[in-house]
Design a protein around this ligand. Structure first.
Ligand SMILES: C[S@@+](CC[C@H](N)C(=O)[O-])C[C@H]1O[C@@H](n2cnc3c(N)ncnc32)[C@H](O)[C@@H]1O
Length: 246
């Protein structure tokens, strides 16, 4: 079982592993790994949805009481996970139709995944179904405003200043695109507004606990596409809970 999107991720899995998921990507080091460890510390069974090469699944396993299932559409991504991030269980499936009984997980992490998923409604419905009441859902999304297709750094008028300008694309126009994120690397990207994401979570019964727009604080790590990372967020994080009583 594989879809067009899964095939694209199959083709790009080596690039993803070498350039992003090798552990040195500063969004992981500074933001996603520490935050996930803190938020999921007391959880017993976590689903890492769209696990990719399993870097977060493995790092969340640092807490030995925690079992993690890494699920992904792409077999090649899962092969990288099995080779490089042993520990979690890995499984191929589509997030829109999860192969689990209801209420089995007490935590779900979706890191940089929802913006690549075509069917957001079904995916969020499935996340809600497989979570126990009072289960935690953490969605880490490329920031829908500043990562709108066509966005990026623009050079400052005054070259003596370290101020970064940022162009924002057509934020209000939702779109499905195949974006060139690096030379010759094309990835499916679903641009949705913040309100679409948050309202979809709320419509499926989630309670919003907190929203974060973390900054990169290490000045030396702010380069390339992350220019502006100290003042312009690269990621949007929604921390949600499935209520105890529906
Ligand atoms: C940008 S990567 C993120 C990987 C990982 N969560 C991380 O933060 O390093 C997105 C992953 O989501 C997977 N993916 C995309 N659509 C999916 C779907 N409908 N169901 C399951 N996985 C999907 C892709 O195969 C890819 O591995």
């Amino acid at each position: 079982m594989n879809s067009e999107s899964g095939k694209i991720w199959d083709e790009n899995s080596s690039w993803w592993f070498e350039n992003v998921a090798n552990g040195n990507f500063h969004e992981y080091l500074e933001i996603i790994v520490p935050l996930s460890k803190e938020l999921f510390v007391q959880k017993k069974l976590i689903l890492d949805l769209g696990t990719g090469s399993g870097i977060l699944a493995k790092r969340i396993m640092g807490n030995l009481a925690t079992k993690v299932v890494g699920l992904d559409l792409s077999l090649m991504q899962l092969q990288k996970a099995a080779e490089n991030n042993l520990g979690p269980s890995y499984l191929q499936s589509n997030s829109a139709e999860l192969p689990f009984k209801s209420g089995v997980f007490d935590g779900v992490l979706a890191s940089m995944v929802l913006e690549h998923v075509g069917n957001l409604q079904n995916t969020v419905e499935e996340i809600s179904r497989v979570l126990q009441p009072s289960g935690l859902f953490v969605a880490v999304i490329n920031h829908p405003v500043f990562q709108t297709p066509g966005s990026g750094p623009v050079s400052a008028h005054n070259s003596d200043s370290d101020e970064i300008g940022w162009k924002v694309g057509n934020y209000l126009i939702e779109s499905s695109e195949v974006e060139e994120i690096s030379d010759g690397i094309y990835i499916p990207y679903e641009h949705r507004t913040i309100s679409t994401y948050l309202n979809t979570f709320l419509e499926h019964g989630f309670q919003l606990q907190r929203v974060l727009e973390p900054a990169i604080v290490d000045k030396n790590k702010v380069t390339g596409n992350n220019q502006g990372g100290r003042t312009i967020p690269r990621l949007l994080v929604a921390i949600l809970e499935k209520p105890l009583f529906a």
